[in-house]
Design a binder for this molecule. Structure first.
Ligand code: ASN
Length: 327
């Protein structure tokens, strides 16, 4: 008989580990109260799927995640994966910035042993809490040979998603994580993949390239509303931002009043990327009315993900990264 897969369960906080005063409370709870062992105790059936090693790492509401935490999570996951007796890693996380951690891990980790992120929308103390089933399903995917080589995955609400593709699409509902336009990779239970992930960018930034970094260069996101003042961009240098992602209307359309400020900032050395506020669709490589401005588009990356790509590019000099993404 083949041995049971060995899965490391890394807890970082979030609502999945949240606790409230009473069972009907689904807001105003404390995220990240419970550690990995307590979460696992809620799903005893999971031990039939895999041998599980619990590894508490952080106890954060994911609104408080930062690049320092992404680096810590990535290095910790890699250290576990490097052990010959570790077959997969499951990371419990909050939903608020799940898309950022998932995208960061996708860029860092070469596809191989499964890395599965999961989360919840109701705290662990709530009636019909979704966390225990999500955790059970994440472990089922981690233990499945089918998950091997699929890159970083996110399992929530009966669905398997590509970590690179997800975004949070609802503030309160249980189906709060989706891959707009692309849809899930598969479903669970049973574990079933309906399509292959796009792994073109997976592991593009080897962790060694970040040796010596415990933080990433500052990149700000500016949300550009109708009539917004271009002073916001002119001040980027004063804020010591190395880069700025513009969350622009439509297809990354830069208001005419912003053209001069964008050119001044670029010449001053601030890297600027055009992303979109829209949430679906890709951004064109250059602004239609000002193709000479050298303001690359973010392709399919939303502003938060474009920010991470730019941070990594600034940190490592991996200059092909954004060009590849926006192609
Ligand atoms: N549903 C959640 O997990 C939300 C929580 N604020 C978090 O992101 O940690």
């Amino acid at each position: 008989m083949s041995r049971q897969p060995r899965v490391v369960l890394l807890s970082t906080g979030g609502t999945i580990a949240g606790a409230a005063g009473d069972a009907t409370q689904t807001t105003g709870y404390r995220a990240g109260e419970l550690d990995a062992a307590t979460l696992l105790a809620q799903v005893p059936d999971a031990t039939a799927l895999a041998h599980i090693d619990v590894a508490p790492l952080l106890s954060l509401d994911s609104k408080d995640m930062s690049p320092r935490h992404w680096l810590l999570i990535a290095r910790t996951v890699m250290a576990h994966l490097a052990r010959p007796d570790c077959d997969a890693v499951v990371v419990t996380h909050g939903t608020d910035t799940l898309e950022e951690t998932a995208w960061f891990l996708h860029l860092i980790l070469p596809p191989g042993k499964p890395v599965i992120l999961t989360a919840a929308m109701r705290p662990a103390t709530a009636l019909s809490a979704d966390g225990p089933m999500n955790l059970y399903q994440a472990i089922a995917v981690a233990a499945s040979p089918e998950a091997h080589g699929k890159g970083v995955l996110v399992v929530m609400n009966d669905r398997i998603h590509a970590g690179a593709e997800i975004t949070k699409t609802h503030t309160r509902a249980l189906d709060a994580i989706d891959a707009p336009e692309l849809g899930p990779l598969g479903s669970v239970l049973p574990v079933r993949f309906d399509r292959a992930p796009n792994l073109g960018t997976a592991g593009q930034v080897p962790i060694d390239a970040l040796d010596g970094h415990d933080d990433l260069p500052r990149v700000d996101i500016l949300y550009v509303a109708a009539g917004a003042d271009p002073d916001l961009l002119a001040e980027a240098g004063l804020r010591r931002a190395c880069g700025v992602v513009l969350a622009l209307p439509g297809d990354g359309s830069l208001p005419t009043t912003w053209h001069a400020a964008a050119e001044t900032a670029r010449i001053a050395g601030v890297r600027i990327v055009r992303a979109s506020r829209v949430g679906r669709g890709a951004v064109s490589p250059a602004p239609a009315d000002a193709p000479d401005l050298q303001l690359p588009g973010s392709g399919r990356l939303n502003p938060s993900k474009a920010r991470i790509a730019l941070m990594l590019e600034l940190a490592t000099g991996a200059s092909a990264l954004l060009a590849h993404l926006s192609g």
